[in-house]
Design a protein around this ligand. Structure first.
Ligand code: CTP
Ligand code: MG
Length: 229
């Protein structure tokens, strides 16, 4: 049994605008609905827990999508707090050693094949796995006034994407430990790495973008249209 946790409690401050970006519409559905349907589309995924902001006014009240249960809980101040809240709110039938997928509400373009590969590789891994993409641009280190001081080697550097797949108990303890230590972890893998664990990097499609700014929304619309064609 594998459940998904979708953190959707952010404000979208870099995106701006009236309504949080997860509720913006593209290709006839909200970002959030695309993201939820994408994770629920795999046969191994039994249901989803969505972490919402306490002042969310847009949640449409789904109880199920595609025939699978959709549950909600209240998220927290940072993404990691929302993920932890989601893990804690999962049904008791999801045991400590069962796998949980964590997927950003703001990534509507997840491909079914990437999700399938992540599940296959991750479920066979002692630690767990995440979708990621190798860094392709040349990386510059800036000085304090914004001039290029040096070029960083990009070999061995990856960009972390979601979903990320870890066991419920292990991930809960890793996130709790990071929060206790006051370390602001920006993804699940980072919480595991702090404990000396090495999640498996599964190369995923670069078009699994996180919608952060208005320009990303247009790009996501294009990617979804291509995927349908
Ligand atoms: N998220 C969350 N709880 C938070 C912060 C973020 O559940 N306290 C979620 C967002 O809703 C999003 C995902 O984590 O689906 C990735 O975060 P990000 O892209 O940074 O979204 P926001 O935090 O909403 O955007 P911004 O940082 O620009 O405010
Ligand atoms: Mg954020």
């Amino acid at each position: 049994m594998t459940w998904a946790v979708v953190p959707a409690a952010g404000r979208g401050s870099r995106f701006g605008g009236e309504r949080p970006k997860q509720y913006l519409s593209l290709a006839g559905r909200t970002l959030l609905e695309h993201s939820l349907r994408a994770v629920l589309s795999h046969d191994d995924v039994d249901g989803v827990m969505v972490a919402l902001s306490p002042d969310d006014r847009d949640w449409p009240g789904w109880r199920d999508l595609g025939g699978k249960p959709v549950l909600t809980c209240i998220g927290g101040a940072e993404r990691a707090d929302s993920v932890l809240a989601g893990l804690q709110a999962l049904p008791g039938t999801v045991s400590e050693d069962q796998w949980v997928l964590v997927h950003d509400a703001a990534r509507p373009c997840l491909r079914a094949l990437d999700l399938a590969r992540l599940l296959t590789v991750g479920q066979a891994d002692p630690v767990g796995a995440l979708l990621a993409a190798p860094v392709r641009d040349t990386l510059k280190r800036a000085d304090r006034v914004g001039r290029s001081q040096s070029t960083e080697p990009r070999d061995w550097l990856w960009r972390a994407l979601t979903p990320q797949l870890f066991r419920r108990g292990g991930l809960t303890r890793a996130l709790e430990a990071a929060l206790r230590a006051g370390v602001r972890v920006t993804d699940e893998a980072m919480a595991m790495e702090r404990l000396g664990l090495k999640p498996c990097l599964v190369e995923g499609s670069e078009d699994n973008i996180k919608v952060t700014t208005p320009a990303d929304l247009a790009l996501a619309e294009f990617i979804l249209a291509q995927a349908r064609a």
